[in-house]
Design a protein around this ligand. Structure first.
Ligand code: ACO
Ligand code: KIV
Ligand code: MG
Length: 521
């Protein structure tokens, strides 16, 4: 909010219709309790007008509007109604307990809607505009009138209806783009021209209500504000009829972030936007698309190495707003196949690792190989990979390659290449199952007496592409050693774990041999 540099003329009223237009779309129905929670959240975050429902639609809608009217502390509580007396009176009854209530009455004005839907002549519609606003005004002095399908309405008739509605007492005039047909320049011109043409236009606040059928709801809303409208009708997550309404979080943040171009302000507490999005998503069971502006889970996430490097050097390189301003704790640098060394080192530091340069390079190469095979890389994947890197740095026996033939027709067969103290050896072995074949290869390549005491497989992270973590315990000469190996391929993880244990035995033997010599010298 930048109230210091703007005048009250530049204040944009945020009219939230999540509970009315938002709830109207297929599948978005909310329970009474959910509506109470949403309304409370909207009130707390600074929404100016809450359109709580359409009271004539059902007893449930009436009760929800009534209760929201009763409970709301700061916002104006609004109900929608058609132009008929019964609708308006029911709406008035529903908003009665509100500290500040509004009746929002609407009527189609486009030739198409008048002819086919209302089946009325323009003259009848005109009379109904006057009688409906007058009736609403007898209930309250806060009346909004909407020209449904305003953007497809004949201009002279639209102006005539707007003028009549204001004369009858409407304090807000909404020109909706009901079917999301307008483009920004056209909508700008429409709002500007209506305000210029209608002689009493300064007696009402002009409002925009844009649908997203062409993905232009937010752009059109902002164009309308530039043309002199001062109320935006919008919904959390942009839910609403068909492709939805203008998203509240997007219009608010556009005004907030681009204050150099859009010299307006709202009273929304932007730090509550992410929470609001989550509450609506949970109440409606509508998922938020990952790349949704402001509240999508990728809105402050970066996987590309070049971007991550930029972000680490200065967050403004790739972010036009700080995540905290919309209630996101922090930017996330997601590790994946597009990540580079800067981000990898940063992640290792976060996880508490400090590797030598050669270890780091090896770990990075192995991280890239893993990321090529695995969609999501979790911190635990990186920890497993680095722990293994550290553990293997002194290994005498190293796995170079492994191929296993497994399936319903045994015996299973494994071919393994090992580097044993600098010498590359290859062997093929069969087994009673693929793991047995792998271990038989190792026994053939590195003959030893150690006995397998334990073999256990776990998944490091979730998903079918999770890294397998295998634990192997070998006993040798009365002593047990345990080692772990991880890899998205369970058989490779098994080989690594077995070889890890074997390397430990080799190291122990070497230490044992060295100890008497050291004692003697
Ligand atoms: C653009 C918008 O978002 S408008 C809001 C849309 N929202 C909704 O419709 C949700 C709630 N609606 C409902 O529950 C029901 O449609 C009700 C209760 C409002 C009406 O139900 P019904 O009486 O059974 O009528 P139905 O919905 O089938 O048809 C609508 C009637 O309203 C008339 N109508 C439509 N808009 C208006 C209006 N602004 N003023 C007066 N009458 C209107 C239609 O011409 C039609 O009249 P008819 O019965 O004489 O042909
Ligand atoms: C009721 C009106 C304002 C509406 O939702 C529309 O025209 O889209
Ligand atoms: Mg609408």
């Amino acid at each position: 909010m930048t109230a210091q540099t703007t005048s009250s003329n530049d204040r944009v009223i945020i009219f939230d219709t999540t509970l009315r237009d938002g709830e109207q779309c297929p599948g978005a129905t909310m329970t009474f309790e959910e509506k109470m929670e949403v309304a409370n959240l909207l009130d707390t975050m600074g929404v100016d007008v809450i359109e709580a429902g359409f009271p004539i639609a059902s007893d449930g809608d009436f009760e929800a509007v009534y209760e929201i009217a009763k409970r709301t502390k700061n916002a104006v509580v609004c109900g929608l109604s058609r132009a008929g007396a019964k609708d308006i009176d029911r709406c008035a009854e529903a908003i009665k307990p509100a500290k500040q209530g509004r009746i929002h009455t609407f009527l189609s004005t486009s030739p198409l809607h008048m002819k086919y839907k209302l089946q009325m002549e323009a003259a009848q519609v005109y009379e109904l505009v006057i009688s409906s606003v007058t009736r609403a005004r007898n209930h309250t002095d806060n009346v909004e009138w909407s020209s449904e399908d305003g953007t497809r309405t004949e201009f002279d008739f639209l102006c005539k209806c707007v003028e009549a509605a204001i004369k009858a007492g409407a304090t807000t005039i909404n020109i909706p783009d009901t079917v999301g047909y307008a483009v920004p320049e056209e909508y700008y011109n429409l709002i500007k021209s209506v305000r210029e043409r209608v002689p009493n236009s300064d007696k009402a606040v002009f409002s925009v209500h844009c649908h997203n059928d062409l993905g232009l709801a937010v752009a059109n809303s902002l164009a309308g504000i530039n043309a002199g409208a001062r109320q935006i009708e919008c919904t959390i997550n942009g839910i609403g009829e068909r492709a939805g309404n203008a998203a509240l979080e997007e219009v608010v943040m556009a005004i907030n972030v681009r204050n150099d171009k859009l010299k307006y302000f709202t009273q929304i507490d932007t730090t509550m936007l992410t929470r609001a999005s989550k509450v609506i998503s949970a109440a409606t069971s509508f998922p938020v698309q990952y790349n949704k502006a402001i509240v999508g889970r990728n809105a402050f996430a970066h996987e590309s190495g070049i971007h991550q490097d930029g972000m680490l050097k200065n967050a403004q390189t790739y972010e036009i707003m700080r995540p905290e301003t919309v209630g996101v704790k922090q930017t996330s640098l997601v590790m994946g196949k597009h990540s580079g060394r800067h981000a990898f080192i940063h992640k290792l530091e976060e996880l508490g690792y400090k590797l030598a340069q050669n270890q780091l390079e090896d770990a990075f190469v192995r991280f890239k190989a893993l990321a090529d095979r695995k969609k999501d890389i979790y911190d635990e994947d990186i920890e497993a990979l680095v722990d293994q890197e550290i553990a293997q740095s002194h290994d005498r026996i190293r796995l170079q390659s492994l191929t296993v033939i497994a399936g319903t027709h045994g015996p299973q067969r494994a071919t393994m290449k090992l580097n044993v103290e600098g010498q590359v050896k290859i062997e093929e072995a069969e087994g009673n199952g693929p793991v047995d074949a792998v271990f038989n290869c190792i026994k053939a390549l590195v003959p030893h007496q150690a006995k397998l005491e334990l073999y256990q497989v776990h998944a490091v992270t979730q998903g079918t592409d999770a890294q397998a973590e295998v634990s192997v315990r070998l006993s040798d000469d009365g002593r047990s050693v345990t080692a772990r190996g991880s890899d998205p391929d369970t058989l490779v993880a098994s080989a690594k774990a077995y070889l890890g244990a074997l390397n430990k035995i080799v190291r122990k033997r070497q230490r044992d041999l060295a100890a008497p010599a050291a004692a003697a010298s």
